[in-house]
Design a protein around this ligand. Structure first.
Ligand code: PLP
Length: 399
């Protein structure tokens, strides 16, 4: 198999039931067995290639899982109904009552809220640390710590986790490194960089059309089988299962991910460089001014660039709101949460996706209320977009 993630997706060849160029969509919740004994074997996990019940696995979900594990260089994968369905299944599979997680503090607000407010109900504790400080990460590890959790590129501060070094720490303490790679599919091959488990919200770049939520956990056969185990598997028993129709449509979109990621990155770099030159406070890992620019370059698959997400800080929330409303009015994108869409999306993280994080903590981690997060779209003529955005910025007085 190729050493390049997009080639590995390209090389997957499927024939539909009637010779179709796309695999047939499985349309069943349950499956028949010709022999009762095979049903028992399937329950016990011994009947290779047999389907039991679609909460456990289904042909369409397996096709998508296979393609995502090919992309992430892992042995296998398991898709889920949402990114949160994937993330929480991993937490609950790896950790039980009395266990502890060391997590990056700048992570998606929903993940943060789960670890901060929900996991303690199950007696799972979390220490939130500055993931860019390897000393702080290691110092937070306790005898009951089961994993280091981080986003490869963090939301919304766009800090980059040093995956090879975090992997060394995890190995030393015999714990897992779990990486949410949602912002940087194809750009970072997390498993190659040392991650034990790689997670994506498929809702974002991978699907790319904002018509569904979805998630995936990529990892070893042993771990993924444990997630799906009928007796104690978190995915099987909590049931965040993706529907087959959705799996089929996401698989088709995955086939164009490499083209889209290149364009998202090209457009974001163009806007980031120009807005920085104009004097705006821009955070984008492709800029030399980004504190983890060199680290990013040491880890990335260069052809996909620095990703589609950038932030600008326009000083305060009022200005941020005014600017976003005007840009939406000028049809430059949508004032909406989420990312990885073909049109540009912008939101103010402090009052949206990171609003679960208390204001004092937002301040401490450098999340100012004037930050606008932009997921830059696939605009054909990005200079035209730049000029139109600049006009908006002048109009609201941030330039
Ligand atoms: N991880 C990251 C980095 C995200 O931005 C999101 C966004 O929602 C999630 C996970 C959760 O994924 P989902 O909305 O698909 O449940």
């Amino acid at each position: 198999m190729s050493n390049k993630p997009a080639n590995r997706i390209q090389d997957l060849q499927y024939f539909g039931e009637y010779g179709g160029v796309n695999p047939s969509i499985s349309d069943s919740a349950t499956y028949t067995f010709l022999h009762a004994k095979t049903m028992l074997d399937t329950f016990e996990g011994h009947a290779e290639g047999c389907y039991l019940y679609s909460r456990h696995s289904s042909p369409s979900n397996l096709y998508l899982s296979e393609a995502l594990s090919a992309m992430e260089f892992t042995e296998t994968a398991n898709v889920a109904a949402s990114g949160m369905g994937a993330i929480t299944s991993v937490f609950l599979q790896v950790c039980g009552a009395g266990d502890h997680i060391v997590s990056g503090r700048t992570i998606y607000g929903g993940t943060y809220a789960f670890l901060k407010n929900f996991a303690p109900k199950l007696n799972i504790a979390t220490s939130f640390v500055d993931i860019t400080s390897l000393e702080k990460v290691e110092a937070a590890i306790k005898p009951n710590t089961k994993m280091i959790y981080c986003e490869a590129e963090s939301n919304p501060l766009l800090e980059i986790a040093n995956l090879p070094e975090l992997a060394k720490i995890a190995k030393k303490h015999n714990i897992k490194l779990v990486v949410d790679n949602t912002f940087t599919p194809l750009i970072f091959s997390a498993e190659k960089l040392g991650a034990d488990i790689t997670i994506h919200s498929l809702t974002k770049f991978i699907n790319g059309t904002n018509d569904t939520v979805g998630g995936v956990v990529c990892g070893s056969t042993e771990f993924i089988n444990s997630l799906r185990n009928v007796h104690d598997g978190a995915a099987m028993l909590l049931g965040p299962v993706m529907d087959s129709l959705r799996a089929a449509s996401i698989l088709k979109n995955l086939r164009t991910l490499h083209i889209r990621m290149k364009k998202h990155s090209e457009n974001a770099l163009y806007l980031a460089e120009n807005f920085e030159r104009d004097g705006l406070k821009v955070v984008y890992p492709g800029l030399k001014s980004h504190k983890n620019h060199e680290l990013f370059k040491s880890m990335y698959n260069e052809e996909y660039g620095f990703g589609g997400i950038m932030t600008i800080d326009v000083g305060n929330l009022e200005k941020a709101n005014e600017l976003m409303e005007l840009m939406q009015h000028e049809n430059l994108g949508y004032l909406a949460v989420s990312l990885g869409f073909y049109k540009t999306l912008f939101s103010a993280p402090g009052t949206s996706t990171s609003s679960e994080i208390p204001i004092e903590e937002q301040k401490e981690m450098g999340l100012s209320s004037g930050i606008v997060r932009m997921s830059v779209g696939l605009d054909n003529d990005i200079d035209r977009t730049y000029r139109a955005m600049r006009k908006c910025m002048k109009q609201v007085g941030v330039l």
